[in-house]
Design a protein around this ligand. Structure first.
Ligand SMILES: [Fe+2]
Length: 303
């Protein structure tokens, strides 16, 4: 079994500082790739297969903990409510507040996946006001903190490369904040014969789909962002799927860029039927702070 990595705070700060010292990846063609292919494959040298394997196992334990420890779940839920009561947080993360959602616990129409949305500022609140939640979560929340930090580094490089073609985009994504506004979501899908997700667009500005544990056999997208169709949905070609020293991540566009009139169309995508009992995935969404996305139509309706 691969080693499960546990990142304490000091080690994490050291790693992130080290990573920020270096450029992430050359992405001069980011704009062209998003325009012409609907995605950009990123060679992720910061998170390897063993890291994701550890993260998914920690998430399974987190779900078990919630199912068995009512006090823990109650405290986690209180922390979520406390986070959104803050007006600044509410405005900034209005599109995707921190939340744990299990269809067995919530009457949501989404019934085949359990997800947790990580937000750094929510993590800070947990750390300060709910130490028991942090302690009982083991390495899980710290591990997501690392993924979130890495996502901010990658997003920063990406938007810098888009600035010449999309003037003002850096300012829009940062707003008045020192850090980018990112939600990192981890999902556990459960087996079904039906499609797990309908073809849809993300509400984000940009999305990095980091990983899944089904050998990239379920996530499909449509390269034609100008005229997306269901028939055009296909597995994206990946160069780094088999790499030992890196993993393959995908950058796609979301609805916010279109709403801001930038010429990067959102990418139609979906997750198809899963053969295994579970499918785990981790994704980071770069939000535009303060933008109201409530009226955005994410579901794809073919004309
Ligand atoms: Fe999506």
């Amino acid at each position: 079994m691969p080693k499960v990595f546990c990142f304490n705070d000091k080690f994490m700060v050291f790693i992130v500082t080290l990573l920020i010292t270096f450029n992430v990846f050359p992405c001069d063609k980011t704009y062209e790739n998003l325009q012409q292919m609907g995605f950009l494959e990123i060679e992720n040298v910061d998170l390897l297969r063993r890291d994701y394997t550890g993260l998914y196992r920690e998430y399974d334990n987190f779900i078990d903990l919630i199912d068995t420890d009512k006090e823990f779940f109650s405290a986690l839920s209180r922390s979520e409510k406390e986070f959104v009561i803050d007006v600044d947080n509410c405005v900034r993360y209005c599109a995707a507040p921190p939340s744990y959602r299990n269809p067995n616990l919530h009457s949501k129409k989404i019934n085949n996946r359990i997800y947790f949305q990580y937000i750094k500022e929510h993590y800070d609140l947990i750390k300060q006001d709910y130490p028991d939640v942090l302690q009982k979560s083991g390495c899980f929340l710290n591990h997501l903190t690392l993924v979130d930090q890495i996502s901010k580094k990658y997003f920063a490089t990406i938007i810098a490369s888009l600035e010449s073609r999309c003037p003002g985009i850096t300012k829009i994504f940062y707003g008045n904040n020192k850090e980018l506004t990112v939600v990192t979501k981890i999902v556990r899908y459960q087996k079904t014969q039906d499609w797990h997700e309908k073809p849809h667009f993300d509400k984000s500005g940009l999305t990095i789909i980091w990983d899944n544990d089904d050998n990239h056999q379920s996530l499909m997208l449509c390269k034609d962002t100008k005229n997306p169709t269901r028939a055009g949905l296909e597995l994206p070609t990946r160069l780094f799927a088999e790499s030992i020293n890196s993993t393959s991540a995908l950058l796609i566009g979301g609805l916010c860029l279109k709403a801001l009139s930038y010429d990067i169309k959102p990418t139609l995508h979906y997750v198809g039927p899963i053969k295994n009992e579970y499918r785990h995935s981790v994704i980071s969404f770069l939000l535009v702070p303060g933008i109201d996305t409530s009226a955005m139509q994410t579901e794809f309706i073919e004309s």
